[in-house]
Design a protein around this ligand. Structure first.
Ligand code: NAD
Length: 247
């Protein structure tokens, strides 16, 4: 795929889906800024792996829900790389509970990271991409943002919001040569889904026509496509990467 020499920023890239996206973009030829909120060591491991592929990489700490931290991160990426061609808004959290038991703070935390974080990072990258008159923004939503899910009102509202934000920013930025698309993963095996017991996973499996749980690679390959020249005539779209679960 044509992303050789492009400069990318992936949020929440120290583990799980974000880590695999950062590595896949590097395998396809991009330099990658690896954003993290928690473990610097894990982020540095991803950086080392990218460097071993012959690409440039560095770790950059920022809470995506903090506007100042996001704008400092963006400045650093532009200083270091000179441009930013690809932004992947991947950072996300869950704080599950039934609506009646959901605490206001858990609503706020999930909306702040999963939805406001996408707004802040997109806004911060837009000025630079407008100057370049090109850019690719890829937002990680979820199929629950399309179909809903009991026990995840905060997460579902955020992920549905990401789909709306994707369409709106796609319309606002199209004339500047910037495309904005979303990927909605199904059930992917990462730390986020590790909390589910084997019985729940078996139940989930029954609903997946392709008869296996997803892996971070399944998402990373589609993100690399959306980051590449090959997807140049697509914008405002949400691709369901879920083994057929939602259809
Ligand atoms: P994960 O918990 O393994 O990774 C999430 C990453 O985001 C972590 O590195 C974490 O440190 C980072 N992060 C959390 N809050 C942050 C913040 N405020 N600022 C910066 N980074 C922050 O989860 P994952 O499964 O790899 O999820 C990645 C994305 O995919 C998330 O947006 C998630 O909602 C979405 N998703 C996952 C699944 C799944 O089944 N795993 C399904 C649909 C969507």
């Amino acid at each position: 795929m044509k992303i050789e020499g492009k400069n990318a920023l992936v949020t929440g890239a120290s583990r799980g889906i974000g880590r695999e996206i950062a590595l896949e973009l590097a395998r396809q030829g991009a330099n990658v800024a690896v954003n993290y909120a928690g473990s610097e060591k894990m982020a540095n491991d991803v950086v080392d792996e990218i460097k071993s592929l012959g690409r440039e990489a560095f770790a950059v700490q920022a809470d995506v829900a903090d506007g100042d931290a996001v704008s400092n991160m963006m400045k650093r990426v532009i200083e270091q790389f000179g441009s930013i061609d690809i932004l992947v808004n991947n950072a996300g959290i869950t704080r599950d509970n039934l609506l009646m038991r959901m605490k206001e703070e858990d609503w706020d935390a999930v909306i702040d990271t999963n939805l406001k974080g996408v707004f802040l990072c997109t806004k911060a990258v837009t000025r630079q991409m407008m100057k370049q008159r090109s850019g690719r923004i890829i937002n990680i939503s979820s199929i629950v943002g399309v179909g809903g899910n009991a026990g995840q009102a905060n997460y579902v509202a955020a992920k549905a919001g990401v789909i709306g934000l994707t369409k709106t920013t796609a319309k606002e930025l199209a004339s500047r040569g910037i495309t904005v698309n979303a990927v909605a993963p199904g059930f992917i095996t990462t730390d986020m889904t590790d909390q589910l017991n084997e019985e729940m996973k078996a139940e989930m499996l029954k609903q997946i026509p392709l008869a296996r749980l997803g892996e971070p690679q399944d998402i990373a390959k589609v993100v690399a496509f959306l980051a590449s020249e090959e997807s140049r005539y697509m914008t405002g779209q949400t691709l369901h990467v879920d083994g057929g679960m939602i259809m």
